[in-house]
Design a protein. Structure first.
Ligand SMILES: *Cc1c(COP(=O)(O)O)cnc(C)c1O
Length: 465
């Protein structure tokens, strides 16, 4: 294995010298502004951090997202545009078949976005007002939006601090006679512990809707996530690993359920009815959340690369994780033993302020960006936000729930998730596109972290003054 970072996290001197020589030149040009002590230690992590005026670890651009290759991707889309058939028709059906095949699931229904995939799935599993749905707090707001859209009550279950996923050990304590469903979210594209979740669901007769909106082609025991529960939901929003701009899908092996989902996304017209046919007669109450033909054409083009890209993300994530292991104060994610493939929509680790001489995470993120490494602190705490209060104060909720269940202060207190609160303070994320380049891109990330770690006291001091 090629190694540019030594055991203790210090970059290999050759690469670093090439990079640091720029800092030296800059130092000479700046003259007295750069102290001799800073320019003397030009090697490796001792080099001056970019945030303190040194040469950044990286100036090169990162892999752009989404990737669009006109030679191979464009014809399909142009054909659809020229055909004039833009509303849902055969290309959407083809995309659904391809997506189901990619997951090894019987059926797939394409819809406008991941949020509405979740709304449709919950609705057609008969989730309704008064039902309690077990959800993790470490997720994108859309998971909760879908629960509220169906008039149901989200009940937050704390995360496993190592995997960041909903903690199966904490599920049963939250089950009441009103509990109807578990919504595991394979957050960041790392699979949740599906064996244990499915066992608990079976024992308590609960439905399972997997939010796999970040977990395209991720696997648990060689089975694709999104195919364990009664339904799996995916997003094809622009940032997602399969990008269409907007788009989503519900998948399931249950034909009757999928027929109902199809009807629901098309005004309740019977399954198999052509979109746009007005005389079919609706058999059930529905809505309209249909994908367009040109969106499906984009999806078909990009789907061709998804498997190879997923392999690249897994390889780079494993390599980066191995490089970060040796840096004090950096604790990468853990995967459950049964996970055979991640999607790595994001690459996360926990940052320990204490191990970085008390340098706050925000200052660390800023120093990383100065080194040319984009990063973020990820989610903030979700289960105390005002959108929940707003829902509880709505007429629909006021008319349907006992007053005491809608007391926001009590709700927040009952739903506290201390592990999630800690993670929200400590997490650092890199986005999936950064995992698509060469291995040396990972070396740059590790080198930047090591450099900041070595110089944490100086950066902290400078941030204060
Ligand atoms: C993106 C996302 C959604 C919603 O998907 P959209 O296509 O953006 O509506 C739902 N859940 C999670 C976890 C997501 O990341």
């Amino acid at each position: 294995m090629e190694k540019n970072i030594s055991q203790n996290g210090a970059p290999n001197p050759r690469r670093s010298f090439l990079k640091s020589s720029g800092a030296l030149t800059a130092g000479l040009l700046l003259g007295s502004t750069l102290k001799a002590a800073d320019t003397f230690h030009i090697n490796g992590s001792a080099a001056t951090p970019a945030i303190l005026g040194g040469d950044p670890v990286r100036r090169a651009a990162w892999t752009k997202w989404p990737i669009w290759k006109p030679e191979t991707d464009e014809q399909r889309v142009v054909d659809v545009i020229r055909s004039g058939i833009w509303s849902r028709a055969s290309v959407v059906t083809e995309f659904e078949k391809e997506w189901a095949a990619a997951l090894g699931v019987k059926r797939s229904l394409a819809v406008v976005n991941g949020t509405n995939a979740l709304v449709v799935a919950l609705n057609q599993l008969h989730i309704k007002t008064g039902d309690e749905i077990l959800v993790p707090p470490y997720t994108f707001i859309a998971t909760i939006t879908a629960v509220l859209s169906n008039g149901a009550m989200p009940v937050f279950v704390d995360i496993d601090p190592d995997t960041y996923q909903i903690d199966p050990a904490k599920l049963e304590a939250k089950i009441t006679p009103r509990t109807k469903a578990i919504m595991p979210v394979h957050i960041l594209g790392l699979p949740a512990d599906m064996d244990r979740i499915m066992a608990i669901a079976k024992k308590h007769n609960l439905v399972v809707v997997e939010d796999a909106c970040q977990a395209h082609l991720a696997e648990y025991g060689h089975k694709k996530v999104g195919t364990f529960g009664n339904a799996g939901c995916f997003s094809f929003q622009n940032s997602k690993n399969l990008a269409i701009g907007e788009g989503g899908a519900v998948v399931s092996d249950d034909d009757a359920f999928m027929d109902r989902c199809f009807s629901y996304q098309n005004y309740g017209y019977p399954y198999g009815t052509m979109a746009g046919v007005v005389g079919a007669g609706s058999t059930m109450q529905g809505t309209k959340v249909r994908l367009t033909e040109y969106q499906a054409a984009i999806g078909l083009s990009l789907l061709k690369r998804l498997d190879a890209e997923t392999t690249a993300r897994n390889n780079n994530a494993a390599y980066l994780k191995s490089q970060l292991g040796g840096i004090p104060g950096v604790r990468p994610y853990k995967l459950y033993d049964k996970v055979t493939r991640g999607a790595f929509h994001l690459f996360p680790f926990r940052y320990s302020e204490a191990a970085f001489k008390g340098l706050p995470r925000e200052a660390f993120l800023k120093a990383m960006r100065a080194e040319g490494i984009p990063c973020s602190g990820g989610y903030t705490v979700l289960n105390n936000q005002l959108f929940l209060k707003d829902a509880f104060e709505s007429k629909a909720y006021q008319n349907s729930y006992p007053k005491e269940q809608l007391n926001f202060e009590k709700y927040v207190a009952d739903n506290r998730c201390p592990e999630n609160e800690k993670l929200c303070k400590e997490a650092v994320w890199f986005t999936q596109n950064m995992l698509l380049g060469p291995k040396t891109d990972m070396d740059d990330i590790a080198a930047a972290i090591a450099r900041i770690q070595k110089n944490a006291d100086k950066i902290k001091l400078a941030a204060k003054t």
